[in-house]
Every structure is written in structure tokens, then in C-alpha cells.
Design a binder for this molecule. Sequence first.
Ligand code: SAH
Length: 366
Amino acid sequence: MTGLYIGRRTDIISNMSITIRSLIDQLDAEHTLDFREYETLLTGWDSSDAAYAAAKAVIWRQHYFSNKIYVRGLIEFTNICRNDCYYCGIRRGNHAVERYRLTEEQILSCCREGYELGFRTFVLQGGEDAYFTDDRMCGIVSEIRRRFPDCAITLSLGERSRESYQRLFEAGADRYLLRHETADAEHYGKLHPAELSWEHRMQCLRDLRETGYQVGCGFMVGSPYQKPEHLAKDLCFIQEFRPEMCGIGPFIPHHQTPFAAEPAGSYELTLFLLSLLRLIKPDLLLPSTTALGTINPRGREMGILAGANVVMPNLSPTDVRKQYELYDNKICTGDESAQCRDCLETRMESIGCEVVTDRGDAPGRG
Ligand code: SAH
């Protein structure tokens, strides 16, 4: 009897595995699945399926980018934020964090330092800080554009009006990162206070696209209340919206937020999702994020081996890095920019990849 029982179980497992493999094959060949199929994938996968998907994802990465990894210099220019997102360490309700805001000169000197280190993309990221009005922000963007005409300027400043996005684009910004956080409106409501709306966030993404930016969306893996069906919706959304970039990383709790006691997102699931994203849009700009490097010491290398093709070393001044702590134990908060660049270069070389210094536009754009 026992033998029969084990036999049946093995059959069930291998049938599931066959289903999962055939879904991965379909994604590899056609780059689309429907919601139910994504849900099946995300509930039924195991580590050997993830390895199977990663091998296919890396073939696509190499097809579009060979062994080249793009670098983006990240400048975290303000940790002042009007929003109170439950997961985020710089939420306005965190009174324990010391707030800072870089001056225009400081931002420009980060760019100069980055330029000398070989960066040709600057990512200005910050909290939603009302000090940075359109006039001020456009002044900064146009000055970066004037001083570094061969560089791409990426903004990640959260939700703004369509007019604001338009003005910043005209001032010289090329790309905008705005993670959608979750493609499920109800789940969004569990991660944010009522004053923030999922509809508005999604509208911002459409406005950015229509303005002409190369657009990046993205989500956290393992955020509180997240279920496979939410991730299936995220994948459907990305399949439809077809962003130029997509940033994903594990949720990591921050001790001064309402989610302090929630578990971190899964490292393995994050890697699997990176592979699926590469299969959904083979030329996607897909960063191997700092959060992935924070939950596993080789996370960023493994992200590349799962299909990612971008790394974002930190260019922020060392004295403020600790204050841009979105989650606990964030890595690289003590390093100089040059150290961050060198460290990532060595890590990428250890897996046979090469960090390149061009703008790294999405294929077909420029
Ligand atoms: N204010 C900007 C930038 C936000 S910070 C904006 O709204 O777009 C960039 C990203 O960090 C967020 O979009 C979120 O997905 C991620 N993040 C924030 N808190 C996090 C946490 N605790 N763990 C993992 N990622 C987090």
C-alpha cells in the first residue's frame, strides 16, 4: 500500500512539474500567458522549475545584451516625504529618521563624480518632497542636461501631475521610474493609507508613457497580504503595459513602520519572477536590486543569472546614505561611490559579465 501511495504522489508531482515546464516553454516562445496560467505557475513552481526558467531567461538576456550589464548611478536626493506608505522607512510618520535634502550643487557634484566613474545614466530618486516644485526640479534637470549632454536622466519622484511630468520631460528627463507596487487595487489599499489611490498611481504611469518617457514600473515581492493571484495580476499588467523597465525586489521590513513585524519576501521567488519578467518581455531593462542584495549576499549576482541586466550602484553622498533607509539593513550605506562601482564591477565579472558605461537605452529607443 505504501509503495502505491508514494507512486501516486510522485505522479502528481511530476504532472504538476510537466504543467509548469510547459507554461514556461509557452512563455519563452510566445511571451504571453493568461491570468490563470500565471496563477498556476506561481502556486506550483519549485526550485528546479526556477532553474529551468532562469536558463531560458539568460538566453534572452544574452540575445539582447550579450554579457553586458548596464549601470545606473542612483542619487537619493531627499528623504523628506509627504506620504505614509506602510512599508517604507522614510514614510512621514517615521519621526525617528533624520531628514535631509541635497542642494542643487550637491546633486550636481554627485553627477560629476558619477560621470568620472563612467556612469552615463543618473537616477534621481527621492521621497515626495514639496520643496522640489516643478520650477526647482526643472532647474536641476536642465542643469544636469546642460552639463552632461551625453547622459540619460531618470527620475523617480513619485506621483506628480501630468503637467509636471511634461515640464520635467521638456527640461531634459528621459526616463521615469514609478513602481506600481501591486496591480491589485484592494491589495494596494492594504499597503497604503486611504489618501493614496491605486487608480491615481496607474494614471501616473499612463501619463508618463504618453508624455514620451521610457517608463519603469515594478512591485515588491512578498509585501504583506500579497497572494499568488496578486503577483499573477502584476505579470498580466506588465505583459499589457509593456514598460521599458521593471524594478522588483523583496519586501524587507523596516523597524519603524507598521509592517515592522512582517516577514521579508522570498529570495527564491524574487529570482523566479525576474526570470518570468525576462520571458514576458525579452528586451526589458531589469535591475538586480539593492533589496535583493540585502536579503542575500550574492543576491545581485544571482539576479543577473536569473535574467536581470541592470545594476544601480549608489552615488549619494556617504553622510546621508544611512538616512535613506527604506528598509532595515540596506547594504552599501557606508561605501563611497567609487567603492560601490568597483564592488559591483567585481561581482559582475565573477559571473562572466561586464559592466558597461553607455546610456543603456531600451533596445529600439535612444
Ligand atoms: N517616492 C518614490 C520613490 C520610492 S522608493 C516613489 O514613490 O516612486 C523606491 C521603491 O522602494 C518603492 O517604490 C518601493 O517599491 C520600494 N520600497 C519601499 N519600502 C520598501 C521596503 N520596506 N522593502 C522593499 N522595498 C521597499
